[in-house]
Write a protein that binds this ligand. Structure first.
Ligand code: TEU
Length: 539
């Protein structure tokens, strides 16, 4: 097997809770995923990434793990998991899981022990202090929670039910590696590592006078040591693919995390391009996309990872983000196809988030009762406390909430819940499911689905897509996102129009690789790219 197989792969992310329910519980399950494996195989994906299905009280939809060795009954049993793994492999696909080791649920046995007394052997698996500092939780409020019985505070960078683990403790690290080996022995093919660049908190825990504390624990002092140790001990021996989810990291760090000679991670997700509608870093406000900034970020990361010898995961969407078509486009199938072309022909391993291949949109919820996400509900309370009017808060949530990406997969026009469940779905559906659904998509050769399928096939056929160098073309019209890939004597040019207006492009086309809207040539030196059009051609 090619040691770099993940460089040639396309990954499909499944958020099982919202994928396919076979029991009528209203929540998707593992058997539901197994039933849809043929759908994924037909689409052409190589790797399936399952977000957490471990035992959990589900305060943060499974990112609060209570037992790393068990499947949450909500999703089924270990037998169901084994079957899913076998069936995935039987179809020539690979399966990766989520590894959440920055924190555990406070219901995890380790924390249950740790909170018993200050001298409990598990106390030091977590981070306790007599006094809190001023660091803030990423879900709002202080990052410290008071524990009355033992008279100390524990650190939680996320919800207060997600206690941060103390990676300084070698015993804890051993436990983690043993757990990774358990899944490695089962035969899974890798992990997506949740907020993995936050593991090393430093030792000083000083107040942050200029920020929320993140500069102390982001890419912290011992982070590369920990990741290298975990990789050589637990990932490499099982040939696992790894993708690190990086919170607020830098390009320099990104190269360090992914340069193969350093034996840390295969690739990373960074989120800078998904903060271009966070003015001054503020998520909870409505703002247009800063398109110039978007292009600068891609230019920097694409060219920089390429020349530094690192490797990117490329993506627009995941379970923490509003639907990309609604955010970067107008929600139309054309915009969905344009975004797909843009991302799939870049340098890196592309990720598709469930429903993205159908052009699913954000649901535009209108009341607070429709939301489920802990971060969203906290933000709602904080904004209301600050006096922001209800209507405005709801409009902010409709554009920014993580629940925008978590509505059920739209399988068919079947009433009442699009073939997702026969029960009551845990969260409502986007109301366009009667038109936007997998069944309709498969029956329509011009659908977003077939556009994704074509992009996946092109990647397999043309080595330039996987390994060509990348250079951005910044001299074209301001509404265009354009780059070229170069391999040997071949030059592949990709031009996407992020506006609804047609734009003239002064470039010469030799051979069109993919394009979803009619391209009109002005003369042999120029062509017109329609609004939300995208084209890739050999120049
Ligand atoms: O997310 C990490 C993270 O910090 C963000 O993506 C976060 O959701 C966003 O910044 C909020 O504005 C990961 C998981 O993907 C997410 O679902 C979990 O809630 C989080 O870690 C904690 O485990």
């Amino acid at each position: 097997m090619n040691g770099n197989w993940w460089k040639e792969a396309v990954v499909y992310q499944i958020y099982p809770r919202s994928f396919n329910d076979t029991t009528g519980s209203g929540t998707g399950d593992l058997n539901g995923v197994t039933k849809r494996l043929d759908y994924l195989k037909d689409l052409g994906v190589d790797v399936v990434w399952l977000t957490p299905v471990y035992k959990s009280p589900q305060h943060d939809n499974g990112y609060d793990i209570a037992n790393y060795y068990e499947i949450d009954p909500l999703y089924g049993t270990m037998k169901d998991f084994d079957e899913l793994l076998n069936e995935t492999h039987a179809r020539g696909m690979k399966l990766i899981m989520d590894l959440v080791v920055n924190h555990t649920s406070t219901e995890h046995d380790w924390f249950q022990e740790a909170k018993k007394s200050k001298d409990n052997p598990y106390r030091d698996y977590y981070i306790w202090r007599d006094e809190p500092n001023n660091w803030e939780s990423k879900f709002g409020g202080s990052a410290w929670e008071w524990h009355e019985a033992t008279g100390q505070y524990y650190l939680h960078l996320f919800d207060k039910t997600q206690a941060d683990l103390n990676w300084e403790n070698p015993k804890l690290r051993e436990e983690i590696y043993r757990m990774v080996e358990f899944w490695g022995k089962k035969g899974i093919n890798g992990f997506r590592l949740d907020v993995v660049n936050l593991l090393s908190k430093g030792e000083t825990f000083e107040d942050d006078h200029v920020g929320d504390g993140r500069r102390f624990y982001t890419d912290g002092p011992r982070i590369h040591e920990y990741i290298h140790e975990m990789s050589t001990r637990a990932f490499l021996p099982y040939g696992m693919m790894t993708v690190g989810e990086m919170s607020s990291t830098t390009l320099e760090q990104g190269v360090l995390y992914t340069r193969p000679d350093r034996q840390e991670l295969d690739m990373i997700f960074h989120f800078h391009h998904l903060k271009v509608d966070y003015p001054d870093g503020e998520k909870w406000t409505k703002a247009p996309i800063n398109f110039e900034q978007l292009k600068e970020i891609f230019t920097k990361w694409q060219e920089g990872m390429d020349s530094g010898g690192g490797w990117n995961a490329v993506f627009w969407s995941n379970h923490d983000q509003p639907r990309a078509g609604s955010r970067f486009g107008d929600g139309s199938p054309e915009a969905a196809k344009m975004l797909a072309t843009t991302i799939h022909l870049l340098n890196g391993t592309p990720y598709i988030y469930q429903g993205e291949e159908l052009g699913m949109t954000s649901p535009a919820f209108k009341t607070i009762e429709e939301y489920r996400d802990v971060e969203t509900l906290n933000a709602y309370d904080l904004l209301r406390e600050q006096g922001v009017p209800e209507k405005e808060v709801l409009s902010i949530l409709a554009s920014k909430s993580r629940d925008n990406g978590r509505t059920p997969m739209q399988w068919s026009g079947e009433k009442p819940h699009a073939g997702f469940t026969n029960g009551t779905p845990w969260i409502g559906l986007a109301d366009n499911w009667e038109t936007i659904n997998a069944e309709n998509a498969i029956n329509d050769s011009s659908s977003v689905y077939y556009h994704f399928k074509q992009l996946i096939q092109l990647r397999k056929k043309h080595p330039i897509i996987q390994s060509g160098s990348v250079q951005f073309l910044d001299h074209l019209h301001h509404a265009l996102f354009a780059y070229e890939r170069v391999l040997d004597d071949k030059r592949l040019v990709v031009v996407s129009n992020f506006s609804s207006e047609a734009v003239e492009v002064p470039l010469q086309i030799h051979e069109v690789l993919i394009s979803h809207l009619p391209i009109q040539s002005v003369d042999d030196q120029k062509f017109v790219l329609p609004g939300y059009g995208a084209i890739a051609f050999f120049a």
